[in-house]
Design a protein around this ligand. Structure first.
Ligand SMILES: [Zn+2]
Length: 59
């Protein structure tokens, strides 16, 4: 996924994937954490199309 700087700055940022998953599990909608190439932390996206759920992120 390509992340723009604007999206990176605007989104909530999670230091660890576990932290991001904790938020995902509390949310009512389907979210997926992804590693941000810009800040090297995690953001959440509701766009899960083409993503394998729970698949580990690979660079
Ligand atoms: Zn970011």
């Amino acid at each position: 996924m390509r992340t723009t700087l604007g999206i990176c700055n605007r989104k909530a940022r999670y230091v660890t994937e576990d932290e991001a998953w904790a938020v995902v599990h509390r949310a009512d909608i389907v979210l997926r954490p992804y590693r941000c190439a810009l800040c090297r932390h995690y953001h959440l996206t509701s766009r899960t199309k083409g993503m394998r759920l729970r698949a580990p992120y690979r660079e």
